[in-house]
Write a protein that binds this ligand. Sequence first.
Ligand code: F6R
Length: 247
Amino acid sequence: MGVNKMRIIRARDYKDMSEKAASIIWAQMLLKKNSVLGLATGGTVLGIYEILCEKYKEGELDFSSVKTLNLDEYVGLEGRHPQSYRHYMDKNLFEKVNILKNNTFLPNGLAEDLKRECKDYDETIRQLGPIDLQLLGLGRNGHIGFNEPDDHFEDNTHVRRLNETTIKDNSRFFEMGEEVPKSAITMGIKPIMESKAVLLAVSGVEKAKALKAVLNGPVTPSVPGSILGKHENLIVVADLDALMHVE
Ligand code: F6R
C-alpha cells in the first residue's frame, strides 16, 4: 500500500544525488523556518551537507530556527573524538552554518547509564517531534540508523551491537589499528516512521542489493529499511548504480 506513495528520484551519479537530496532539505527549510530535521552521518550524506553549507554561504539558507536530531552515536567515543558523530556533524555542518548549538541533538555515547540516556533521547525526540524531514542513509545490510538486521523492529532508542559488516564498513573512517566501536546508541524505528517525511539517500553499486530489498522486497526486520515501504511520505533519491537491481 505505502509503496504507491513512494517517490523515487533517479540521479545520474553521486553529485547529482547530493544536489537533488539537498534541494529537498532546502525546500523543507524554506517552507518551514523552524523545521525539525532528522540527520544522518556517513559517506553518502557528506555531499548533501557540503551543498547546504554552500547555500548558507550564498545567503540562501537560514538555520537560526532549525532544530536537529541525529540518528545515532558510537558508544564510548566522546564528542571531541574525530570519529564521533558529534564531531562529524560539528565539522561538516553545524560549525559552518548559523545553527544554535543548543538546538542540535545527538545521543551521548559516553553516558554512564546508557539505558537512561536512551530514555532521555526518546524524551527529547518526543518534545521536539514529530520530525519534519528525516534524512537517512542505507547500510549495505539494509540498516537504517543503527537498526541492524534482526528478528524484530525496535521502536525506541536503544544500544545496538554492530554487525560485522557494519564494523568493517565503518573502519574506513578510522586510523589503521584504531579500534572501531562495537556498539552504538541509535534512534528506534518509531520516530523514523512518525516523521512527516523521510528522505532516503543512496549511492553506489555496493548499496544496490540493499536498495532492491528495501524497495522491492517484503517488509521484514532482517532488512530494517524495508519498513520504509509503509511510510506515508517516503522520498528516495538514489543514483543509477544504486538503482541497478530495482524493478
Ligand atoms: C549514520 C547512520 C547509518 C548510515 C549508513 C550508510 O548516522 O545512521 O545508517 O547512514 O551506514 O553509511 P554510508 O553513507 O557511510 O555508506
